[in-house]
Every structure is written in C-alpha cells, then in structure tokens.
Write a protein that binds this ligand. Structure first.
Ligand SMILES: Nc1nc2c([nH]c(=O)n2[C@H]2C[C@H](O)[C@@H](COP(=O)(O)OP(=O)(O)OP(=O)(O)O)O2)c(=O)[nH]1
Length: 167
C-alpha cells in the first residue's frame, strides 16, 4: 500500500531570472532546486511553503501563487512524494546562504537542468511560461525516470492549500 507525504517547492522569479539554491545536504544533495520541504503537522501547505522559503533563502513572502502539483514515486518505495509548487516575484528580506541551501539567481535561458532533478526539464518550461500543471513521475532509480505524465491545467484545488492538514 502506498502513502503520501506532502512537500512544498517555491520558485522565486522575475522576468529574466529565477532563484535556485544548491542543496547542501540530505535528499537531492548537490542539485539546484527551488526552496521547500516537508509540510509539518498543524501547518497549511501554503504556510509551509512560506516558512521553508524563509528558512532556506532568507526571503520573506506573504502570498505565493499556487502553480503545480507533482507526484513522485521511486521503485521499491511505497511513499509518494506530493510536491506543491508555488511562485512569486515579490519578496522582502536579504538572500542568505543556509546550512541547507546556497542561493543563486540564474538567467531563464541558463537554467542548469543537467544539475537538477531530471523531471525538472519537463515541467520547468511550463512554469517559465506561466502555465499551471499536474504531473506524475516514476523513477526507476534516483537518477532515471521510467515513465511520466504531465499536463497543463486550468485550475488547482487551491482551497486545500490553506487548510491545516492532519498528517
Ligand atoms: N524540482 C524538484 N524538486 C523536488 C523533486 N523531488 C522533491 O522532493 N523535490 C523537492 C520538494 C522539496 O522542496 C524538497 C525535498 O524536501 P527536503 O527533503 O529538503 O525537506 P525538508 O527541508 O523538510 O527536509 P529536512 O530539513 O528534514 O532535511 O525537494 C523533483 O523531482 N524536482
């Protein structure tokens, strides 16, 4: 039987650049990614996304736009990672390197896909075009996608992201 774990991923951008962080430890170590992590008990998905972005980058945001849901499954692992993706171009605070992430702005033409999760190459272009999306990626091992589905959607169940979740 599979079970789900909820995660957040926040992508800060402007018209020309996107902010990524080099993950310094743990899951995804050595890869560039947006900022995020596990949703904690008693916290909404939106609040978890705001908190993780602040903890990992130093940036403070109030409202994140909900843009995607990505499910990840790894062969032999009953856990499905349900990643809720957000974006914003408005923030305050100063960028700081944390124990977990080293932040850096990248030109939109220069996103380092070769040093990111392999699935990012598929859905990142949708994010950059301001589309909303839903996807599922099955990994045969940590580096290899076996199969996937990905579609642009008109809406996402945004009422769920502000609820406190029982985990
Ligand atoms: N771009 C991208 N992000 C992913 C993929 N898979 C995946 O979990 N993520 C994101 C979701 C989360 O933002 C992050 C994983 O969260 P994490 O393990 O760092 O969680 P955390 O910060 O709560 O962990 P920790 O402090 O307890 O180590 O990676 C993927 O395939 N592509």
């Amino acid at each position: 039987m599979s079970f789900r774990k909820r995660f957040t991923l926040a992508l800060v951008r402007n018209a020309e650049e996107v902010l990524l962080g080099l993950k310094k430890r743990g899951f995804g170590e050595g890869k560039w990614n947006g900022f995020g992590g596990k949703v904690e008990a008693g916290e909404s998905i939106h609040d978890a996304a705001v908190r993780e972005l602040r903890e990992e980058s130093g940036l403070i945001v109030e409202n994140l736009k909900y843009i995607g849901i990505l499910d990840f499954e790894f062969a032999g692992d009953p856990k499905i990672l349900e990643v809720h993706v957000f974006t914003t171009s408005q923030f305050t605070g100063q960028l700081v390197e944390s124990d977990e992430m080293k932040p850096q702005w990248f030109s939109i033409q220069d996103v380092p896909f070769a040093k990111m999760w392999p699935d990012d190459e598929f859905w990142f272009p949708l994010f950059l075009k301001n589309e909303m999306f839903k996807g599922y990626f099955f990994y045969k091992d940590q580096d290899t996608i076996g199969h996937y589905t990905l579609s642009v959607v008109d809406e996402l169940p945004s009422e769920n992201i502000s609820k406190m979740l029982e985990l």
